[in-house]
Design a protein around this ligand. Structure first.
Ligand code: FPP
Length: 225
């Protein structure tokens, strides 16, 4: 039986969720943050799941209207400040991926603080992808190792990436069927699940069902079984 050790989620549909309720997009993001909390706590209680990577802000998301970007930054800061207690209680280690240098000093400080305070936790790793894009991650990795005297190996490149773990299962909510520059290296053999559910409506029951379906798939990694 397959075990979903590393699950990654493209959390899409916050804006449409708000629009359906005739609310501002910000309300959709707030509701989305509540889903982040519920899904993270569920994963922390599942012994098979070691890592949960969530696409929270992409390198392309800066193109959104300034007010929305500012709102997302404030929401993230508030989320991390409020959540520290729950990370510690649930033994969750927080490990951001992405190029954090683009964020304000204050947000960088909060991110670093939560990372340091949870570094000893050895339960679930919750990895938020922040100013993350797979192309950017791979380019930064290549630039770190390009002066090596030896030929670059798969191991060398993997170790230079922000996320060094292959992903088993990628879920995208919101109905679109694309990877949007998310974990392209790590997803080489990932199973992909797409659901029309908008992220704020995504439940632990639906996640449980996806994981159940995943466990039944025969994964061959290019070989025969
Ligand atoms: C996509 O919805 C979602 C995002 C741009 C980022 C995800 C953000 C959250 C889940 C909220 C905050 C997260 C944390 C960790 C506090 P969309 O706006 O693209 O939705 P749409 O496609 O319906 O417009």
């Amino acid at each position: 039986m397959n075990r979903a050790r590393h699950i990654a989620i493209i959390m899409d549909g916050n804006g449409r969720w708000a629009k359906l309720r005739e609310q501002k997009r910000a309300k959709g993001h707030e509701a989305g943050a509540k889903t982040v909390r519920a899904i993270t706590e569920f994963c922390s209680r599942n012994e098979d799941i070691q890592r949960l990577t969530l696409y929270a802000f992409s390198t392309e998301n800066w193109k959104r209207p300034t007010l929305e970007v500012e709102f997302l930054m404030k929401l993230l800061q508030k989320y991390l400040e409020n959540e520290l207690e729950s990370y510690l209680q649930n033994n969750i280690r927080f490990e951001p991926i992405g190029d954090l240098r683009a964020f304000s000093k204050s947000l960088q400080h909060t991110i670093q603080n939560v990372k340091e305070k949870t570094a000893h936790c050895d339960g679930l790793v919750q990895s938020l992808a922040l100013n993350y894009g797979a192309h950017d991650e791979i380019l930064r990795a290549i630039n770190k190792i390009k002066n090596s005297q030896e030929s670059i190996t798969k191991e060398m490149l993997t170790n230079a990436l922000d996320c060094k773990d292959d992903v088993d299962l990628i879920i995208r909510t919101g109905g679109d069927k694309r990877l949007s520059n998310f974990l392209l290296w790590q997803a080489a053999y990932a199973e992909l699940f797409f659901t029309d559910t908008l992220w704020p409506d995504f439940t632990t029951d639906e996640l449980e069902k996806i994981i159940k379906d995943f466990t039944k798939i025969e994964r061959k990694f290019g070989g025969l079984k």
